[in-house]
Design a protein around this ligand. Structure first.
Ligand SMILES: [Fe+2]
Ligand SMILES: [Fe+2]
Length: 442
């Protein structure tokens, strides 16, 4: 069985570690154990992801309750060296494994990076790590998707198991981000693969995790925000399918049903044992994610909230939520391009509906406002970005078709109003067709 192959590999890895502690490097016992371990890895045939989180050990997306003795010591050594995330490629060889084992034995606390094995701390944010890693593909999307489906179904039935499973998904996503695996490309490609509910929940979770890390939220917050993002739309369970999937505009009473989903979601989450005491951010984000930064959204609080009345996690998830909703085909409209969805985010940031700095950081992550990109300014002139904004991605240095150079951080010059499609040349664009801001998404 496939699962057995993975277990055999872990046992073999534990045995290799024990052998190397008993014998010096190069001894035949060590070489034999390495050979056997690689054979087991080949039997498994896929990369192996290990996440060590507190007392939890997560292999792929499976949580191991009690660790078998055969690899307990090895995992203990990993923990002691400050490592909580490991990715071993399927085609790693004996030399790769032995080099990594030496690193673990040396008790070196620095992260380990080789072409086939990456190991380090989940909170690891190497300043040298280029943001482009976020644009690379991730192979585990479909696995995450089926887990998300099960987690949401269990949460909808008020089962605590759903919470455990959701936490595992969040940890696995954090692990992938920590080892530099990107998340955006598969999200773009797989938009319409499955039921919107699950792909949307997973995408918002993944992108919120990336955005939370980008704003340098502490790692415990990153996981809490990702978990809240995964559960943000749980209340849609209470909205009739015909309203959720209606092709035309909603009638006032249908809109009211739809706009109840934040309250439904918060209530549903509060009924799950352990949420109120240990995961109180979940109902907060579920309740607030459509409120909008300027409180123009829903639900409306009885009295205006102070700027601190909405949790920063709700404002962060709202940015990602709008983007993912716009990028998805819905029964009532096609999916928007990245450029069009980003233009709407920009408009909502300028109008105050979305948190401006979170939109700016999010567009930086997506690498939208980079040199060469054509944009339209608020006076209608077309321009090309010469240099990305240093303080804010929304304020790059641009040159207009007329040859004027503007530093958009200067409030006296025209501001960004539209992001053109990638590869679009100046002069070749159709007349202004800026999509109008459409917050909040359904
Ligand atoms: Fe929602
Ligand atoms: Fe949503």
């Amino acid at each position: 069985m496939k699962q057995d192959s993975l277990d055999y590999f872990l046992h073999a890895l534990g045995a290799l570690f024990r052998m190397r502690r008993m014998y010096p490097p190069g001894k035949k016992q060590v070489a034999q154990a390495a050979k056997q371990t690689i054979q087991r890895l080949a039997d498994w045939g896929r990369p192996v992801r290990i996440t060590l989180l507190g007392n939890d050990t997560i292999i792929e997306s499976r949580r191991l309750g009690v660790l078998p003795l055969s690899f307990q010591h090895f995992f203990q050594a990993l923990r002691q060296s400050g490592c909580d995330s490991v990715q071993i490629e399927a085609d790693a060889g004996e030399k790769d494994l032995l080099a990594w084992i030496e690193h673990v034995i040396s008790k070196e606390r620095s992260p380990y990076r080789s072409p086939k094995i990456i190991a380090g701390a989940l909170s690891l944010e190497k300043p040298s790590q280029p943001p482009e890693v976020l644009a690379q593909a991730v192979s585990g999307y479909l696995g995450f998707l089926s887990q998300t489906q099960e987690a949401i179904s269990e949460l909808e039935s008020n089962k605590t198991e759903g919470l455990v499973r959701a936490r595992e998904i969040v940890c696995a996503i954090a692990a992938r981000l920590a080892v530099g695996k990107g998340l955006f490309e598969p999200i773009h490609e797989l938009k319409n693969f499955d039921d919107y509910t699950f792909t949307h929940a997973l995408n918002v979770c993944m992108l919120s995790s990336a955005l939370a890390r980008a704003i340098k939220a502490p790692s415990e917050w990153v996981n809490a925000i990702s978990l809240a993002a995964l559960c943000h739309d749980l209340g849609k369970k209470e909205v009739p399918k015909e309203v959720l999937n209606k092709r035309g505009p909603l009638e006032p009473e249908e809109r009211a049903l739809m706009q109840n989903h934040p309250a439904h979601g918060a209530r549903l989450l509060l009924n799950i044992p352990g949420v109120e005491s240990e995961n109180s951010l979940l109902p907060v984000v579920a309740y607030q994610h459509h409120m909008a930064a300027d409180q123009s959204g829903y639900p409306k609080p009885p009295a205006p909230l102070s700027p601190y009345g909405r949790h920063f996690a709700s404002l962060l998830v709202a940015v990602v939520d709008v983007f993912d909703a716009l990028r998805t085909i819905r029964p009532y409209r096609p999916a928007l391009s990245v450029a069009k969805a980003s233009t709407i985010l920009l408009g909502d940031a300028i109008s105050g509906k979305l948190h401006k700095e979170y939109v700016s950081t999010f567009l930086s992550l997506l690498q939208i406002l980079v040199p060469g990109r054509c944009v339209v300014l608020s006076d209608g002139s077309r321009a090309r970005i010469l240099e990305a904004g240093s303080g804010s991605a929304l304020a790059p240095i641009v040159e207009t078709e007329e040859g004027c150079v503007y530093i958009l951080s200067d409030p006296s010059v025209p501001q960004l109003s539209k992001i053109e499609e990638e590869g679009m040349e100046r002069n070749s664009s159709s007349p202004m067709d800026t999509p109008s801001p459409s917050f909040p998404p359904p």
